[in-house]
Design a protein around this ligand. Structure first.
Ligand SMILES: Nc1ncnc2c1ncn2[C@@H]1O[C@H](COP(=O)(O)OP(=O)(O)OP(=O)(O)O)[C@@H](O)[C@H]1O
Length: 247
């Protein structure tokens, strides 16, 4: 489904006049199957979010290609409705002037779906994320963090994408709410057979939801392991990182 092929990304260091560049991703290649959940773990600044943005097609790689079902993700038609995202900062993910229903409707409006179907969809989506229809008319300031993130998730699944990039999507939530949202993601994944790219610092959350985990270091893949083998990682760096995250 998703093929990341020798992707490189660099940014200009120190403003527009500088010719020096910071190489953030240095030849990343991996594949992700339909319905698979791939965790991405790494130290702060290792390039996880940059990789997430490239998969979403928000930014372009300097070298290499990201293919989604045979099409380059930089082509909007390849990703439209097929790949969506949930970010850590749910407060800025939703327009504060949009009601819950308007926020969920946003991606659906771009598709040729009748108004009536959209309305019916909203109730079903709210139900799937554990919110009752009374939430339709609420605004972000009326919602708790967990409820807002549920709305973001409802919006992300509204087009029934094949893949969702979740970038630290549960990190800003309290412990018990984190678990509820993880459970929700797990059940939605089974319901829609969608794949997740799960970017996180939370090894326990990754172990709970992911099939495989990629450990990234300085813009390169250090190790890729099946979740059952997380405790048997090979490289000294991966061992140290996992130890550090767990304590
Ligand atoms: N738009 C940008 N312009 C310049 N530098 C950037 C840009 N985006 C990211 N970087 C740099 O790229 C590096 C990797 O950033 P990235 O956000 O991908 O790391 P990360 O692994 O997601 O970190 P964290 O866990 O802290 O979120 C950082 O040094 C960051 O400053």
């Amino acid at each position: 489904m998703l093929i990341v092929d020798r992707v490189e990304k660099s940014y200009r260091k120190g403003g527009f006049i500088s010719s020096e560049r910071q190489h953030v991703l240095k030849g990343i290649s991996f594949e992700c199957k339909q319905g698979e959940c791939l965790g991405i773990i790494g130290e702060s600044g290792s390039g996880k979010s940059t990789l997430g943005r490239l998969i979403l097609g928000i930014e372009k790689p300097n070298r290499g290609t990201i293919w989604f079902e045979g099409k380059n993700v930089t082509d909007r038609r390849a990703r439209s409705g097929n790949i969506s995202a949930v970010f850590q900062d749910y407060t800025s993910s939703i327009n504060p002037f949009y009601s819950v229903e308007e926020a969920i409707m946003e991606p659906l409006r771009l598709r040729k779906i009748s108004k009536r179907d959209i309305q019916n969809n909203i109730d079903a989506l709210l139900d799937q994320v554990g919110l009752n229809p009374s939430y339709r008319k609420k605004y972000p300031h009326d919602l708790s963090g967990g409820e807002t993130q549920r709305v973001c998730i409802a919006r992300a699944v509204s087009t029934e994408p094949k893949c969702i990039v979740l970038d630290e999507a549960i990190s800003s939530l309290d412990g018990s709410v984190q678990f509820q949202v993880l459970e929700l993601l797990k059940s939605l994944r089974n319901m829609y057979n969608m794949g997740f790219i799960f970017i996180t610092h939370d090894i326990q959350a990754a172990a709970y939801i992911c099939d495989r985990v990629m450990i990234i270091r300085n813009g390169q893949i250090e190790e890729m392991v099946k979740v059952e083998q997380l405790k048997d990682v090979q490289s000294a760096y991966a061992k140290q990182l996992l130890q550090m995250i767990m304590t």
